[in-house]
Design a protein around this ligand. Structure first.
Ligand code: FMN
Length: 191
């Protein structure tokens, strides 16, 4: 059921870092993105896959985590992602990537969720630092980083009250994510 999968596909920010994610599995996930919609069918996205502990150590500091959790700087060592997929836009193919990277990210994360993994889309990236770390050529724009692994936290959805959409953590470190109710987001039904 697609609804079940979407509800399960939360943004996870704490992982069992020691549980490796196979590189072939990452490639399977990119194959889902490859078969997804693309503006003008340009297919200008390219990917870097990483499950190397050494490189993960260098990628992690280029990412920023959970801006609303002011007293939490991000996952501790041991709870960091076991793998990353970096989504790049190839300027030699297109100057405009439309919303292709969002679609690709969702395809990859739904695929990961189906396999019992979890992840987080990271848009807050120190791009020049990451470019250096992974020796990314200038023709590629760094669009998104997907952090992946075996989730080590519980995430629950709530109904947003009074428009407050800031996620929060309770004393048991359960992560709560408020979602605006349907009545608020559908502004008109034309029948
Ligand atoms: C385009 C985009 C960029 C995001 N960037 C970050 C980020 O830099 N750091 C982070 O911790 N979460 C990031 N997220 C995750 C969102 O915070 C998350 O989707 C939101 O809190 C709702 O939680 P949910 O995904 O479980 O529904 C991003 C999500 C999207 C779609």
């Amino acid at each position: 059921m697609i609804k079940e999968l979407i509800l399960k596909n939360r943004s996870y920010r704490r992982f069992h870092e020691d549980e490796p994610v196979d590189i072939d599995l990452l490639q399977e996930l990119v194959d889902l993105a490859r078969n997804s919609a693309s503006g003008g069918n340009k297919q200008s996205l390219k990917y870097i896959l990483c499950n190397s502990r050494e490189m993960n150590k260098q990628i992690f500091p280029t990412t920023a985590w959970a801006g609303y959790l002011k007293d939490w700087p991000g996952p501790d060592e041991g709870e960091r992602p076991a793998a990353y997929i970096i989504i790049l836009g190839d300027h030699e193919i297109s100057k405009n990537f439309y919303c292709d990277h969002g679609i690709a990210a969702q395809s990859i994360l739904l695929g990961a969720t189906e396999l019992g993994l979890g992840g987080c889309i990271i848009g807050s990236i120190q791009r020049e630092k990451l470019r250096e770390v992974l020796s990314i050529e200038e023709q590629f724009e760094i669009l998104l980083v997907l952090a992946l692994g075996q989730p080590k936290e519980k995430v629950v959805l709530e109904e947003a009250k009074d428009g407050d959409i800031r996620y929060w953590r309770d004393d048991d470190r359960i992560h709560h994510v408020p979602k605006r109710p349907l009545e608020e987001i559908i502004i008109r039904k034309v029948e």
